[in-house]
Design a protein. Structure first.
Length: 188
């Protein structure tokens, strides 16, 4: 088991970095390689993935990002590669906010996360990652989505608008108001 590596970035690939640690170079899969720079000394937090079909090292620039990854891979149906791909499109803070707010629209926009996986993530992780406000309706984003669709908005534009609203503790009316404001800007 590995905790972290500290070394010099030798190469940066599409989804990986090569990190030289005392004359041993490790190939590490990362979610956002653009955060790294060749020649930079960097500490990364590592996780060894060992499955029946795969064996590789994943690395994260912060402990929080590693925590987000570890949380995601504990969700039924989410594997390490799906978790890494999802983290390419979000930050741990935004991910935790979406989970806390029951925002399946936000989660569904992440690569490899469909409606069932988004619901499973919320079911498995809500309340476990950060202190959350447990008040409110766990289906409120779905209710607001249905209300907007019944007003004649297309489901894709509604999902795009709702994915931008990522605040726990809002009422249905507040979410609806923010979504309508976003939808109106899209029409102008």
């Amino acid at each position: 088991m590995y905790y972290s590596f500290k070394g010099i970035i030798k190469e940066i690939g599409k989804d990986s970095i090569a990190l030289d640690v005392h004359d041993v170079t490790y190939l590490l899969l990362v979610s956002r390689p653009n955060e790294f720079h060749i020649g930079e000394e960097k500490e990364v937090f590592a996780y060894e993935v060992y499955t029946q079909d795969d064996h590789y090292l994943a690395a994260f620039s912060t402990k929080l990002e590693k925590e987000a990854f570890l949380s995601l891979i504990q969700v039924k149906g989410i594997g390490p590669k799906t978790a890494l791909n999802a983290l390419k499109e979000t930050t741990p803070d935004e991910l935790f906010k979406a989970i806390s707010a029951n925002n399946t629209s936000y989660l569904k926009k992440l690569p490899g996360i469909g409606p069932k996986a988004a619901a499973q993530i919320i079911l498995d992780l809500k309340g476990k990652l950060t202190e959350t406000d447990e008040k409110g309706n766990p289906k409120q984003y779905d209710e607001v989505r249905q209300a907007l669709i019944s007003l004649g908005f297309k489901s894709k534009t509604v999902d795009d608008a709702l994915s931008k609203i990522n605040e726990p503790g809002l009422s249905n009316q507040e979410i609806l108001k923010l979504a309508l404001r976003s939808l109106r800007k899209g029409v102008e």
